[in-house]
Design a protein around this ligand. Structure first.
Ligand SMILES: Cc1cc2nc3c(=O)[nH]c(=O)nc-3n(C[C@H](O)[C@H](O)[C@H](O)COP(=O)(O)OP(=O)(O)OC[C@H]3O[C@@H](n4cnc5c(N)ncnc54)[C@H](O)[C@@H]3O)c2cc1C
Length: 449
C-alpha cells in the first residue's frame, strides 16, 4: 500500500480551514475525490486572516519563482475559476508591483544607527553584496519569464518621486506582483468547495489518529472519528503538533510571531490615485534593513522581520497577543517606530505623514530555508503535509493545491509535477519542498514578505 496513488472516489480529509485547505479542497473535489475539511474553530482562524497578504514572483529559488508566476496568473483569474457571482465582484489581487530598494554602500556605511554594533565596513560590504545578489536573482527571474526590471536610481526617482533616490544604488521592480484579499481566498474557496460537494466542518478539532499497518484509517476528533483514505495536514503553524498526534514525522517548523502596523496619514501627501497605486516597497536588504510598506485603503501597512523565539505551544489567543516591545502604543521604544525610522531614511514624506494607529500579529510557520514543506510524511504514507509557509502561504496557496493534488493522485513523473495550462511548459521538482529534505543543502529564500 505504501506507494499507491489515490484515485477518483477516494476519501480525502483535509485538516485546517485556511487558504491552503480551501484551495486544496477545490482542486481535489474537481478531480473527483470525496473531500471533507475539518477546522477546529471557524474558517480563517489562523494566519490566513492575519496576513499582510502580498504576492511576488521575485524569489531566488526556481521552483518558487515558477510557482508564484502560476499563483499570480491563478489569482488574476480567481473569479472565473471559482465561478463567483457576480463576476464583477472585488478583485482578489491588486497588481501594484513590488519594489525592492537597494542602498548605496557608502550611505549604508554611514547609517550607523540602524544596525546596532555592525561596523561601517561590514555595512558597506553587506549592501554591495545585497545588490549583487539582487541582480543575480533578477537574471534568474527574467530567464523564467518574470517581467522584472533592474532600475537605476534616476528611474526610481522618475517613477516614485517620494523616494530619496540619492541614497540608492538601484532597485528591482516587477509590476505583476502585488497584494491579495485573504477573506476572498478562503471565503470563496470554501464556498466553491461546498458547491463541488466538499463537506466543510467547523468547530471540529483533530486530536489523534487510528492507524492500521502504518496508515491512518481514521482521525479522532472532538466530534467523533472521521475515516478517510488520504489525510492532508494543512494546519501551518500548528502542523508540527498535529503531525505528532497523527503518528507522523517531526516537522521542521517553528511557529514565530510577526507583527503588522498601520500608519494613518494626518493629511494627504499625494493624490488619492497615486496613493492607491503605491507598490509594496522593501527598504533595503542588508543588516538592519528590510522594512516594508504598502497601501491599504487610506492607510499604510508596515512590517519588518525581527528576532523572536519560536513558540511551539502557542494557543489560538496568543495569535493576537502583542508584546509590549512591539506595541505601537507603548512609547516610541518599539518595533513599529524602528520601522518608521528605517522608512524615513528612504521615503521621509511617507514616514512623517502621520502616526501609527494599530498593531496586529499572527504566526509565521518558519522552516530552516524559508520554503514550505509539501509532500508525503516519511512515516505515514497516506499523510500529506502542506505547511511551513514561512510568511508566503497565501501567495503559495494556488500552487500548493496543484502539488497536493498531484501527490495524492500520483501525477508526478520522475519526481516532477507538470503545471496546468497555460504554464504546462513548466514542471516543479517535488524534492525542493520535500518535508524530509536536508536543509543544509537547500537554498535559503530572502527573509522579507
Ligand atoms: C503578520 C503576517 C504577515 C504575513 N504576510 C504574508 C504575505 O504578505 N504574503 C503571504 O503569502 N503570506 C503572508 N503571511 C503568511 C500567511 O498568512 C500564511 O502562510 C497562510 O495564511 C497559511 O495559510 P494556511 O491555510 O496554510 O494556514 P492557516 O491560515 O494558519 O490555517 C490553519 C488552520 O488550521 C486550523 N487547525 C489547527 N490545528 C487544528 C486541528 N488540530 N484540527 C483542526 N483544525 C486545526 C487552525 O484553526 C487554522 O484555521 C503572513 C503571516 C503573518 C502572521
Amino acid at each position: 500500500m505504501a506507494g499507491r496513488a489515490g484515485g477518483a472516489g477516494d476519501r480525502v480529509v483535509i485538516i485546517g480551514g485556511g487558504s491552503t485547505g480551501a484551495l486544496a479542497a477545490v482542486r481535489l473535489a474537481e478531480r473527483g475525490f470525496r473531500v471533507t475539511t475539518l477546522e477546529k474553530a471557524a474558517i480563517g482562524n489562523g494566519s490566513s486572516s492575519r496576513s499582510s497578504a502580498c504576492i511576488r514572483a521575485q524569489f531566488g529559488v526556481a521552483e518558487t519563482i515558477i510557482g508564484m508566476r502560476y499563483s499570480e496568473w491563478w489569482y488574476s483569474h480567481f473569479h472565473e475559476i471559482l465561478e463567483t457571482l457576480p463576476a464583477d465582484t472585488q478583485p482578489v489581487i491588486r497588481q501594484n508591483g513590488y519594489l525592492f530598494l537597494y542602498e548605496d554602500p557608502d550611505h549604508a556605511a554611514a547609517s550607523r544607527w540602524h544596525a546596532g554594533a555592525v561596523p561601517p565596513a561590514a555595512l558597506r560590504s553587506a549592501a554591495a553584496e545585497a545588490w549583487d545578489r539582487a541582480r543575480e536573482r533578477a537574471a534568474l527571474q527574467q530567464d523564467l519569464g518574470v517581467p522584472v526590471e533592474v532600475l537605476e536610481p534616476d528611474e526610481v526617482a522618475r517613477r516614485w518621486p517620494h523616494i530619496e533616490a540619492d541614497r540608492l544604488i538601484g532597485a528591482t521592480w516587477c509590476a505583476e506582483d502585488g497584494f491579495l484579499a485573504p477573506h476572498l481566498i478562503y471565503g470563496e474557496g470554501f464556498r466553491r468547495a461546498r458547491e463541488l460537494g466538499v463537506e466543510v466542518r467547523q468547530g471540529v478539532e483533530v486530536t489523534n489518529a487510528f492507524l492500521r499497518d502504518g496508515r491512518i484509517v481514521a482521525l479522532e476528533t472532538t466530534d467523533g472519528p472521521v475515516a478517510g483514505d488520504w489525510f492532508v495536514n494543512a494546519t501551518n503553524a500548528w502542523a508540527p503538533r498535529v503531525s505528532t498526534w497523527l503518528g507522523g514525522m517531526e516537522l521542521a517548523i517553528a511557529p514565530t510571531k510577526r507583527y503588522l502596523y498601520t500608519l494613518r496619514p494626518d493629511e494627504p501627501i499625494m493624490s488619492a490615485e497615486e496613493w492607491d497605486r503605491l507598490p509594496m516597497t522593501i527598504y533595503g536588504l542588508a543588516p538592519g534593513r528590510g522594512a516594508c510598506s504598502r497601501p491599504d485603503g487610506p492607510q499604510l501597512l508596515l512590517t519588518w522581520s525581527h528576532e523572536t523565539d519560536p513558540e511551539p505551544d502557542f494557543t489560538d489567543a496568543d495569535q493576537d497577543r502583542i508584546s509590549p516591545g512591539f506595541n505601537h502604543a507603548h512609547g516610541t521604544e518599539n518595533h513599529g517606530y524602528a520601522i518608521l525610522e528605517q522608512i524615513d531614511a528612504f521615503a521621509p514624506r511617507l514616514a512623517e505623514c502621520g502616526g501609527l494607529t494599530a498593531t496586529a500579529s499572527g504566526y509565521y510557520a518558519m522552516t530552516p530555508d524559508a520554503n514550505p514543506l509539501i509532500g508525503k510524511d516519511w512515516r505515514v504514507p497516506n499523510l500529506v503535509h502542506a505547511a511551513g509557509f514561512s510568511g508566503h502561504g497565501l501567495m503559495h496557496a494556488p500552487i500548493t493545491a496543484v502539488m497536493v493534488e498531484a501527490i495524492i493522485a500520483g501525477d508526478a513523473v520522475d519526481g516532477r509535477v507538470r503545471l496546468p495550462a497555460p504554464f504546462d511548459a513548466h514542471t516543479i521538482d517535488l524534492a525542493a519542498f520535500n518535508p524530509g529534505r536536508d536543509f543544509s543543502l537547500t537554498r535559503h529564500e530572502a527573509m522579507v514578505l
